[in-house]
Design a protein. Sequence first.
Length: 125
Amino acid sequence: MIDHVSIGVRDVKRSRRFYDATLSALGYSCRSPGESSLGYGRDREDFWVLAVEHPIAADKASGLHFSFKADGRAAVDAFHAAALKSGGKDNGPPGLRADYGAGYYAAFVVDPDGYRLEAHAELGK
């Protein structure tokens, strides 16, 4: 349904350090690096990070978050560890989330700009 998503950030260089490390743990790379935009994905750019003058303020109560597909438990674990090492904050450690479904394994972080991110894998499928 959705072709791609873009978010606005104040510091593209800082975001690149964070997203290069975090998304590479899931097998994604920066396919379109630039001074004012970064496009991430595997075969094409699906997630864009853009330098903007007025990024949307982080709001935990908004419900907004972005969930990235992971190939398995190890990738989710690596995503979480890379995010914390690269300036992100923990928002839920890696683990099974039975209330989301059988075999739903996920980790949650907050990026340096306050965006809430998730990596998840469906175990046993």
